[in-house]
Ligand binder design. Structure first.
Ligand code: OGA
Ligand code: MN
Length: 291
């Protein structure tokens, strides 16, 4: 196994490993160490099928058991824990342009951290590229530890104690999507998360931002949202961002505790993009973790 930094100091590439084979304990440890030091790791040319992607993810820690989707019954993938990050319908054709799932999935174009809207949010996400479009469809990552480091001491002191409410309803309503069912509104009840968290593997502080944020406790909403925009703009300045141009069979793993990411547009009306994501769950709600 070979690890080398690529492009940016929070992104590495790992080669000389076959993720189809069961990982050894030493490989699991080395991957975790690389994740702690970097935050985004690219494994090129891993021709995994669903069973192999599932087994690989499961080996690294407890999986998220529920998907945050709309129309949950319309599923194409064999595992409940596998997220369908594609523009494809159950029969493999491109989704109808007015499909509710398409509207909902467009929320991935906003900067976010996976599952920050769940009481216990996500740890690592692993996204595997099965079919990529000829152009566009990059995924961008932003380094939230570097963003914290570069804040002024005054801003650090101001935001350090703050708690935000996160919900999928907040991120989707930014795009004008409000077609939630009663059950979805219940499922996506806002949850509190710290705005600043300590990344356990590196000991570094990180801002914990996402488009899922809709309020900051103790602040009027407009004041809260102006602050969140300000911080998001800072944290996603190009100096903190790595843009991943996909090759087929890349597997990209990121740490949601200290990065944000977003999809970039592509011609989703005519080109297929089929990506499948496994997600590890974090240990506890951020408020139950050490500050
Ligand atoms: C995800 C996600 C972005 C993309 O899989 O969690 O946000 O580029 N994906 O598809
Ligand atoms: Mn995501």
């Amino acid at each position: 196994m070979r690890i080398k930094a690529i492009g940016s100091d929070f992104v590495a590439e790992i080669t000389d490993i076959d993720l189809r084979a069961p990982l050894t304990d030493a490989q699991v440890i080395a991957i975790d160490q690389a994740m702690d030091q970097y935050a985004v790791v690219v494994f090129p040319a891993q021709a995994l099928n669903d069973d192999q992607e599932f087994a690989f993810a499961q080996r690294l820690g407890p999986l998220e058991e529920t998907r945050a989707v709309v129309d949950v019954h319309k599923q194409r993938l064999p595992y409940n824990q596998m997220n369908d990050i594609s523009n494809l319908d159950v029969d493999g054709s491109i989704m109808a342009l007015d499909d509710r799932r398409r509207m909902f999935n467009l929320g991935n174009l906003l900067w976010h951290s996976d599952s920050s809207f769940k009481a216990t949010p996500a740890k690592y996400s692993m996204l595997h590229a099965r079919v990529i479009p000829p152009e566009g469809g990059n995924t961008e990552f932003a380094d939230m530890r570097a963003a914290w480091d570069r804040l002024t001491p005054e801003m650090k002191a101001h935001i350090d104690p703050l708690v935000c409410d996160h919900s999928l309803i907040y991120s989707r309503s930014q795009l004008g999507f409000d077609a939630f069912t009663e059950q979805e509104l219940i499922n996506y009840t806002p949850v509190p998360q710290r705005l600043v968290r300590r990344h356990p593997g590196s000991g570094r502080q990180s801002v914990y931002l996402a488009s899922h944020i809709g309020t900051v406790h103790g602040m009027p909403r407009p004041e809260a949202m102006v602050l969140i925009r300000e911080l998001t703009e800072h944290a996603t300045a190009r100096e903190f961002v790595y843009s991943h141009k996909w090759n087929q069979f890349d597997l990209v793993m990121w740490d949601n505790r200290c990065t944000m990411h977003r999809a970039r547009p592509y011609d989703d009306k005519h080109c297929k993009r089929d990506m499948r994501r496994m997600t590890l769950t974090d240990s506890a709600p951020t408020l139950a973790q050490p500050a």
